[in-house]
Design a protein around this ligand. Structure first.
Ligand code: AMP
Length: 280
């Protein structure tokens, strides 16, 4: 497995792969890998000749008071995991090279970037779209793999790919969860035992929503009200948003549209911000 830290070396590798007509699959990550990341890597491995995983904690997608400095990192462990998964290249650039002095160009994906997490994290998706476009330009992947755990993120990337005529296929893969139903996330490592238990209100609320839906409830107000009751029962939880929206436009819905609706949630437990979603 090659570990590449220079942008120019990564570009040279990608050029060689293209010259040999080898397809490249890219899995962009911020590291501190878990089974959610690994499921993306395994799918990439199955459908690409060359698998590149990037590990980069992207400063431009963090707000000023967010956890850029404390974001969990363990490069050695990540590299061991990726080696075992048969990854060809891990691209671990340093921030100063990705954003060289004087960097002023950013990608704004209008509309959907302002909704849900865009409201609570202004500029977040601008940072995400910018770094992903840079990774696409450096690595030139044929396919790129994203998790549905970050539902809005993969929508933003898909929109960017369409709008900017990028030659890459986006694959969005299911959320990997603990047995409790809690979605795996690098940020779960911030939670102590009580906080982790408290976080299980998220899968509980989703279960309640699905139960109501199965019973025929279609009013988003009623579904959200019942879900909020479950959230309120957990004193450690501070809700950021809970929305039932159209899964393409992220516009709020009054009524569930079967197969076209997504329930999206963001909350804080202590200093930790967690997000999750489920389709209805
Ligand atoms: P991150 O390192 O958190 O930026 O995530 C890198 C990629 O892994 C993103 O496409 C995420 O959506 C995806 N991912 C994170 N958590 C999960 C999960 N629990 N299941 C599936 N994919 C995930």
């Amino acid at each position: 497995m090659d570990i590449i830290r220079d942008v120019s070396a990564m570009k040279a590798f990608a050029r060689n792969a293209a010259a040999e007509a080898k397809s490249i699959g890219l899995v962009p990550t911020m590291g501190f890998l878990h089974e959610g990341h690994i499921s993306l890597v395994r799918t990439a491995r199955k459908v690409s000749e060359v698998v590149v995983v990037s590990i980069f904690v992207n400063p431009t997608q963090f707000g000023e008071r967010e956890d850029l400095d404390s974001y969990p990192r363990d490069e050695k462990r990540d590299l061991d995991i990726l080696e075992k998964e048969g990854v060809d290249v891990v691209f671990c650039p340093v921030p100063d090279e990705v954003y060289s002095k004087g960097h002023v160009t950013f990608v704004e994906v209008g509309g959907i970037s302002d909704k849900l997490c865009g409201g609570s994290r202004p500029g977040h998706f601008r940072g995400v779209a910018t770094v992903v476009l840079k990774l696409f330009n450096i690595i030139r992947p044929d396919k790129a793999f994203f998790g549905l755990k970050d539902y809005q993120q993969q929508l933003v990337i898909r929109r960017m790919v369409t709008d900017l005529d990028l030659d890459v296929e986006i694959l969005s893969l299911p959320t990997v969860r603990e047995d409790s139903g809690l979605a795996l996330s690098s940020r779960n490592s911030y939670l102590d035992e009580n906080e982790r238990l408290a976080a299980e209100v998220i899968p509980s609320a989703f279960t309640e929503a699905r139960r109501l839906f199965a019973e025929g409830e279609r009013s988003s107000g009623k579904i959200i009200e019942k879900m909020k009751k479950i959230m309120d029962s957990e004193p450690l939880v501070v809700l950021d948003y809970l929305r039932l929206c159209n899964k393409e436009t992220l516009v709020d819905l009054d009524e569930v549209e079967e197969g076209r609706s997504i329930l999206a949630i963001a909350l804080r437990i202590g200093e930790t911000r967690l997000i999750d979603n489920t389709e209805l």
